[in-house]
Write a protein that binds this ligand. Sequence first.
Ligand SMILES: Nc1ncnc2c1ncn2[C@@H]1O[C@H](COP(=O)(O)OP(=O)(O)OP(=O)(O)O)[C@@H](O)[C@H]1O
Length: 223
Amino acid sequence: MTTPALDVSHLRKSFSRPGSDIEVLSDTSFTLEPGATLALTGESGSGKSTLLHLISGLDRPDSGDIRVAGQNITALPDHGLARLRRERIALIFQQYNLIPSLNVADNLAFHARMAGRRDDAWTNALTERLGLSGLSDRMPDELSGGQRQRVAIGRAMALRPALLLADEPTGNLDEGSADVVIAAMLDLVAETGCALLLVTHSERIASRMSRRLHLSHGKVRPA
Ligand SMILES: Nc1ncnc2c1ncn2[C@@H]1O[C@H](COP(=O)(O)OP(=O)(O)OP(=O)(O)O)[C@@H](O)[C@H]1O
């Protein structure tokens, strides 16, 4: 049996507010196989970003388990979690989050170099596959939104993660640029066997994923 890229089991998360607690996730469970693509939808405030933060190890659940490529991240101490996040989980955000002082080539290779896993052949292949070959010397502020997001995808995939988490990755892009970005992600996910969990408000983008889940009242259900 294949080990799931992601196994989320009975997750609960509340936030304490003066006078009241907000239960955001009450019993959230799902799995994602290697190479699978999943769209997560839900109303604003339903907890999509909270769920991504827990899966990426940026925050801890109150209870429940999260396994990434078989490893239970909820049981890991902080340093082990930081390492797993660096090596197995990649994140793409709506705001690109490129390093403004580094050019395209250095942004793309940044995380792999930081992890001591420089692989020039793979980063060169990613540069070409993402249509960035002529842009290697450009700085982030000299790029369009779609180009910036393609650099962010390259940076995420340079480490060959088991799981790619994308939070509204095309939220700032027009339809044409969004389509190019989604096609690039799906192409690289299919090639590497990485699993993709993508949060979106867009029906059009969600329909491109192989599976869909809707988050409502703290639980996910097939959409
Ligand atoms: N650190 C926090 N402290 C208190 N409440 C929080 C915190 N983070 C999130 N929340 C609350 O948890 C709920 C879910 O927020 P979350 O950002 O996960 O929703 P979302 O589905 O991603 O929304 P959107 O689609 O608008 O981005 C909201 O009611 C939010 O106010």
